[in-house]
Design a protein around this ligand. Structure first.
Ligand code: SAM
Length: 357
């Protein structure tokens, strides 16, 4: 028999938990407002600490809305996006000074994660989740919730709508710059001995550019769809190749796949991986595939990481993708004809998987 809380306090605690789940989206939308208004930049503009009035002036919030801006800042402070330092009670009526935290420092400057954050909380993606329950009751995986909501897949929309395409490509490039900096600085041995590398479905080439900058002897190229390659930067030594990874992958010592396989179901991943295998030499001739993705259950065992892995996995339903655990990775890797793999859980919730022919 299910245990039901019976004291008033237990009931209120249960309701509080329910409210936390109910209102989780308000936190996302508060973050979205902070991005829309560029509040982190405003605080940075004032040397990393700004009063409410300074923020309001910088982000052009009118006098009448300042009390509402204060409410927004209170939520963003409670959720750790910004900090609030008390001033002397006599100063400006005791208003706090808002500061950047390690989280909001990620939203300012040239390496900002603003583009990927804006992508994740874009209305086309967020609203797709209203379809989740109905999608689960359908027999077939297609159409995915994104298509149910928006009438086309995310890749179709990106192909037709230049603004959405830029949102995705810039978002991905910002994540690549961020995470590749860590991979290269702290785990550069992954790229040792490589002379040619192809970043399959590499988008605007954020990862390939970082690799070729850190290892100039590595000849790097990017394979992606026509409309993405058309937007690729010209002032780089990375070569961009328009093509379809489901058809073939150009030859290289190493294939790099970042945040690609989690977009696709097993059958499609096996197809991609088989094409990658054909593109690389044997293991003793230096052939390998480097995958940067999540391995659910790998990495730090704390609740924050574990919760993010399962939440990210559910998020990937948006494109009929999946975050795989080790057994699920093993299945597609061996089905594609590879002989061995090594998981390196060195990137927080994400891992590097080296796969050998
Ligand atoms: C989630 S993004 C990852 C981009 C990049 N790897 C990164 O992490 O920054 C997926 C990429 O797959 C590309 N893509 C989708 N279908 C493809 C195909 N059939 N062949 C090549 N690239 C494809 C998209 O254009 C997009 O750039």
């Amino acid at each position: 028999m299910a245990l039901t809380p019976c004291t008033g306090q237990a009931l209120l605690d249960a309701q509080l938990d329910l409210w936390h789940s109910n209102f989780a989206y308000v936190k996302s939308m508060a973050l979205k407002a902070a991005l829309d208004l560029r509040i982190a930049d405003a605080i940075q503009h004032h040397g990393g600490a700004a009063t409410l009035l300074q923020v309001a002036t910088n982000v052009t919030v009118p006098q009448a809305k300042i009390p509402c801006l204060r409410r927004l800042m209170r939520v963003l402070t409670a959720t750790g996006v910004f900090g609030a330092q008390a001033q002397h009670p006599s100063a400006r009526g005791g208003e706090p000074v808002y500061t950047l935290t390690p989280t909001s420092r990620l939203l300012v400057g040239s390496g900002s994660l603003d583009p990927i954050t804006a992508m994740i909380i874009h209305p086309a993606l967020v609203s797709s989740f209203f379809e989740l329950g109905a999608w689960l009751q359908r027999e077939l995986p297609d159409p995915c919730i994104f298509k149910l909501r928006n009438g086309q897949t995310m890749w179709e929309l990106a192909d037709r709508d230049a603004t959405f395409d830029a949102l995705i490509n810039n978002g991905m490039a910002s994540d690549s710059r961020f995470v590749m900096d860590i991979v290269i600085k702290e785990h550069g041995e992954i790229f040792e001995g490589i002379s040619t590398l192809i970043d399959v479905a590499g988008g605007l080439g954020g990862a390939a550019q970082a690799i070729s900058k850190a290892f100039p002897h590595v000849k790097s190229s990017v394979l992606d769809l026509d409309h993405v390659v058309a937007m690729a930067p010209k002032d780089t030594c990375v070569q961009y190749i328009a093509g379809d990874m489901f058809e073939s992958v150009p030859p290289a010592d190493t294939v790099f796949l970042k945040w690609v396989l989690h977009d696709w179901g097993d059958e499609k991943c096996v197809k991609i991986l088989k094409n990658c295998r054909e593109a690389i030499p044997a293991r003793d001739a230096g052939g390998k595939v480097i995958i940067l993705d999540m391995v659910v259950g790998a990495g730090p065992p704390d609740l924050k990481n574990r919760e993010m892995q399962v939440v990210f996995d559910l998020y990937m339903v948006v494109v009929n993708g999946i975050e795989r655990d080790e057994q699920e990775w093993k299945k597609i890797i061996f089905e594609a004809g590879f002989s061995d793999y090594k998981i390196k859980p060195v990137l927080g919730a994400r891992s590097v998987i080296e796969v050998y022919p």
